[in-house]
Write a protein that binds this ligand. Sequence first.
Ligand SMILES: Nc1ncnc2c1ncn2[C@@H]1O[C@H](COP(=O)(O)OP(=O)(O)O)[C@@H](O)[C@H]1O
Ligand SMILES: [Mg+2]
Length: 383
Amino acid sequence: MIRIDSVTKRYPDGTVAVDRLSLEIPDRSITVLVGPSGCGKTTTLRMINRMIEPTEGTISLNGADLQQQPVTTLRRSMGYVIQNAGLFQHRTILDNIATVPRMIGWGRRKSRERAAELMERVGLDASLAKRYPYQLSGGQQQRVGVARALAADPPVLLMDEPFSAVDPVVRKGLQDELLRIQDELGKTIVFVTHDIDEAIKLGSTVAVMRTGGRLAQFAPPAELLSNPVDDFVEDFLGADRGIRRLSFFASEGLELTTDPVVRVDATAEQLAAPDAPYLLVTDAEGRPLGWAEPGDLTAGDIVAEGLLPYGRPFVPGADSLRAALDCAVLSPTGWAVAVDAGGRVTGVVSQQAVGEAIRAAHSAADTGDARAVGPADIAKVAP
Ligand SMILES: Nc1ncnc2c1ncn2[C@@H]1O[C@H](COP(=O)(O)OP(=O)(O)O)[C@@H](O)[C@H]1O
Ligand SMILES: [Mg+2]
């Protein structure tokens, strides 16, 4: 565990960048420091690997004061990733990644093997190994930065706005990749960002900092969204806080109905039976084709082209209540389509029923009921 204990950093010009900050950063999970520009995030991160020394207070790693540890040993146990990757421009991708292993005396061959293995791990094609950084896209360069930081297998990874300079689509890919890598490797990651959405997506715990280097709130994302401690945190979370909070509720409990679901080869009798304003037509395997009003369907003559689009279905259990709501809102009929992992329809649910489930989930969460699920269960699949 990294423990920051009442740490203050005052720069020589008098600027107080960090003011009596205390944080306990748990092992093997992602802790995010988030806050507006200039609130002391980078300063805090750099005090953890002693690129900056605190003016007051102490930082310890597994109970030992950082001041008592040689800086070189400390830095080796902490990978560091920055915006724009900070790669060596005159070295190939493979050699960039092999930098630290080479520095700590692994042989050339072992270092390169390790680098090749890491390229695969971060989703870089082996064909890029001999290229130079300028020959890679921004997103690829960031992946190299992550691979390089992981090369000597440090238990701690410090990441300072690593994805802030890439476009939103690439950024989402990098975030997903980081979560996947973290699932496999279980590092202690301290991740700095000014983007609250990124913080909520990546963090198991999020420290919201305010200008002046003070901690505003330190909590798991679901708790931040449900109980911001003050107006600053509430503003910082944004006006759609209520909707975003739904990402942390499971869609499992939604009551599905199969009454309006008919197969494309349904008989006239089967088509007449359901008492529903709309019918969802599936193919013979049960995959959704589209919606129609009952009167518009003729047995033996249903064609997919004539149906209303069914939108994007959700997978109960895997997707959040937010995803289910989105499906219902985007559906032309106001009904969301639920499918299993194989894409076969398991039922449909109305906007109204989703709304009721949302109210129930909110009150269950507010009273601490077990139906509210933790971010680790849902965050990775939430939209
Ligand atoms: N070397 C420095 N000397 C003086 N002030 C600094 C120095 N580095 C950062 N600061 C100031 O300290 C505050 C926190 O900076 P920083 O930690 O970089 O914030 P963030 O990463 O959250 O944007 C800012 O007001 C910044 O201008
Ligand atoms: Mg910064």
